[in-house]
Design a protein around this ligand. Structure first.
Ligand SMILES: *Cc1c(COP(=O)(O)O)cnc(C)c1O
Length: 390
């Protein structure tokens, strides 16, 4: 008996599902050098252009000089430092929740929160298109776990009717591969009727949605009673790293006691929290970034429909173009790259079979001329491919 890794890899390659890591040779941004080529990029999650913002970088550097390079211990031992604490207070104030807890990544925040809240005897209900970290968390929790149809409140309701024990309804705020918004007001109403709690992972909504960048809950005007468990990640629009859970004092205290991915890991470097404090300020105050993004989104959508490509129902900076097969998505991505444009092909298992796509993401640092370059390249790339037969 032995592990036959080479045939597993060969199989993946034959299915056009093999993944490779492009090497980024410049800081994150819209004009990047990747694998030796200068490219105009439309694929990061740095929606507001804060990952390489001079003020954020300076706050990071200043934070490192003052607080050192590493956290040095877990939060419960002696790794919970003043910048972490200040960031938690700022995030609680920003989200309008009593408390916020800082974690080292969104993956860990989701795993830690779901598994701390529900276990055997409880129920987790998730949108079937939720982020992988939420689906993994549901499986790991040991609770009864069921996925409802995407954004389908009737499908959620029929599962809620059969749910047992403490029940958590979990959804992305903005769906990461489709860009559409969760039907949160209806989901919250339905959950409340059944005495279930709603947990929203708004990784892609914070910074982009809502008047002050407060994400999907600000967009819909939903409070703590509607969404008792609110997750945000800091590696996307915030441009730094880490994640937070915002909610009641009891929620945060429970996570400190019971969330293993919080307890058994080193705190993030305090300097990262210093950088995030600055990016939070820019995210809230510089509303022009959201306004400009909105105008880029409108221009892009209008141009793509003129070319006759299939867009998804998205008003966010995530603007996927569904092309069908993995092979075609890869071919289009390669044809764009020949024209100096970087857009990644997203394939199964990240998205359902037959819905491979180019996941175009827009950034406040893009100009209208950048959008026009993308549209022109898309038109040429489509024309350069043989007709699709899927
Ligand atoms: C990116 C993402 C995560 C993971 O966050 P990290 O901080 O990158 O680990 C979780 N949920 C959603 C919806 C995401 O898009």
């Amino acid at each position: 008996m032995s592990f036959d890794l080479s045939s597993r890899l060969a199989e993946r390659r034959a299915a056009h599902l093999y993944r490779q890591r492009p090497l980024l040779e410049t800081p994150q941004g819209v004009n990047v050098m990747v694998d030796g080529e200068p490219l105009l990029a439309f694929c990061s999650n740095d929606y507001l252009g804060l990952a390489n913002h001079p003020q954020v970088t300076e706050a990071f550097a200043e934070g490192a000089r003052r607080w050192g390079a590493g956290g040095g211990a877990s939060h419960l031992v002696v790794g919970h430092s003043t910048p972490h604490h200040e960031l938690e207070e700022a995030l609680a104030e920003f989200t309008g929740r009593p408390r916020a807890l800082l974690l080292s990544s969104g993956y860990m925040a989701n795993l830690g929160t779901v598994t701390a809240l529900v276990g055997q005897g409880g129920t987790v209900l998730e949108d079937r298109l939720n982020h992988a970290s939420l689906l993994d968390a549901g499986l790991l929790s040991g609770a009864r776990f069921s996925r409802y149809l995407h954004n389908d409140v009737a499908s959620l309701q029929s599962r809620l009717a059969k749910a047992e024990g403490d029940t958590l309804v979990v959804t992305d705020g903005v769906f990461s591969m489709d860009g559409d918004l969760a039907e949160l007001p209806a989901i919250c109403d339905t959950a409340r009727t059944h005495g279930a709690w709603v947990m929203v992972d708004d990784a892609h909504g914070f910074g982009c949605l809502g008047k002050t960048g407060g994400g999907i809950v600000e967009h819909f005007g939903l409070g703590l009673n509607d969404v008792p468990v609110l997750i945000g990640t800091l590696g996307k629009a915030f441009g730094t790293a880490g994640a937070f859970v915002a909610g009641s004092d009891d929620l945060v205290e429970s996570l400190i006691q019971f969330a293993r991915p919080y307890i058994y890991t080193t705190s993030q470097p305090p300097a990262v929290a210093c950088a995030t404090l600055r990016s939070l300020q820019l995210l809230r105050e510089e509303g022009w970034r959201r306004e400009h993004l909105g105008s880029l989104i409108a221009r892009f959508r209008q141009g793509v429909s003129a070319i006759g490509l299939q867009l998804m129902d998205s008003s966010t900076p995530i603007q996927p173009i569904v092309v069908g097969s993995s092979a075609r998505a890869l071919a289009l991505s390669a044809a764009l790259r020949e024209r100096g444009i970087l857009v990644t092909a997203i394939r199964p298992p990240t998205v359902p079979r037959g819905t491979s796509r180019l996941r175009v993401t827009l950034c406040a640092e893009h100009s209208h001329a950048d959008i026009d370059r993308l549209l022109e390249a898309l038109q040429q790339a489509v024309a350069s491919l043989p007709e699709s037969h899927d």
